[in-house]
Write a protein that binds this ligand. Structure first.
Ligand code: SAH
Length: 273
């Protein structure tokens, strides 16, 4: 099973101390945080953590000077590190208090994973590109972040082994809500996922109330595609369902007993936090 244990940052988040490299680019990072505040980010814990995690250590050397601009940046393999505002809005919309178990889909270089690791108790993060999961693992290790378990695989299937989760967050857009994710949410749990309908992307927040799911659009957004069994198909990206979406709604997921399949990753450790 392709599970990569990662490094642990203070056992269970809540007040992040100093990080390796947090002395570097501290003025630029403070400025980034002030801009996030001006753009409407209100969760002080999110702002505090984003003021401490050294984003410049997650990007290629040639892009370091742009690391604290509010833009996404290339991390190779056709993927990008999300822009700081996007990471902040995703983290804020999860309403984290520090005790939560979170599933993240789309680890990328691990920047958002690092932020979430400081805000919740345990992060399970899945990435479909092997080279990126290795990069994320190394980035998290350098920051001594340990409350993360990484998996190389298809996050659209969730991670049944560790379900149910307090929250699930996707950093890649899907043409529909991946059904296994709904089933893997705890009662009262939140799923924050970007959904693309008719070329338009919206960030949705879905809250589970028993077997009902209350859906709300947070804002329009721009994410790279989630490619997987319950998302865009590898080759036929255009063949997604066209659904007109209208503000808030309540629905029930299709019943399904499909389980998230874990893809083999030889020579990697299997483990628990
Ligand atoms: N937040 C990340 C960037 C995410 S970019 C960061 O801070 O670096 C979105 C990522 O989702 C990409 O790395 C892409 O490879 C990954 N992805 C796309 N489809 C996926 C799937 N089905 N399961 C897991 N990861 C997926």
């Amino acid at each position: 099973m392709p599970i990569l244990k990662s490094a642990k940052l203070g056992s269970s988040s809540s007040s992040p101390g100093a990080f390796p490299f947090s002395g570097e680019y501290s003025v630029a990072r403070r400025k980034m945080v002030e801009e996030l505040r001006l753009r409407g980010i209100r969760d002080e814990r999110v702002l505090e953590v984003m003021g401490k995690i050294p984003r410049h250590r997650f990007v290629e050397e040639a892009l370091i000077s742009q690391a604290y601009q509010d833009t996404s940046l290339h991390i190779g393999f056709g993927q990008t590190i999300s822009q700081p505002y996007t990471v902040a809005i995703l983290a804020q919309s999860l309403h984290l208090r520090g005790h939560e178990s979170i599933l993240e889909i789309g680890t990328g270089c691990g920047y958002q994973t690092a932020i979430l690791a400081c805000l919740a108790k345990q992060i399970y993060s899945i990435e479909r590109l092997h080279s990126l999961i290795l990069k994320a693992r190394s980035n998290l290790k350098r920051l001594h972040i340990k409350n993360v378990i990484l998996k190389y695989g298809d996050g659209s299937q969730g991670w049944q082994q560790y379900a149910p989760f307090d929250s699930i967050v996707a950093a890649a857009v899907s043409p529909q809500i991946p059904q296994p994710l709904l089933h893997q949410l705890l009662e009262g749990g939140r799923l924050v996922v970007p959904i693309q309908r008719e070329e338009k992307q919206n960030l949705l927040c879905i809250v589970r109330k028993g077997d009902e799911y209350h859906e709300q659009i947070l804002e329009s957004c721009r994410f790279v595609k989630m490619v997987g069994k319950h998302a865009f198909h590898d080759q036929a990206h255009e063949s997604h369902k066209k659904e007109v979406h209208s503000g808030r709604k309540i629905f029930r997921p299709h019943s399904s007993n499909r389980r998230g399949q874990e893809l083999p990753l030889p020579n990697r450790r299997r483990g628990h936090p």
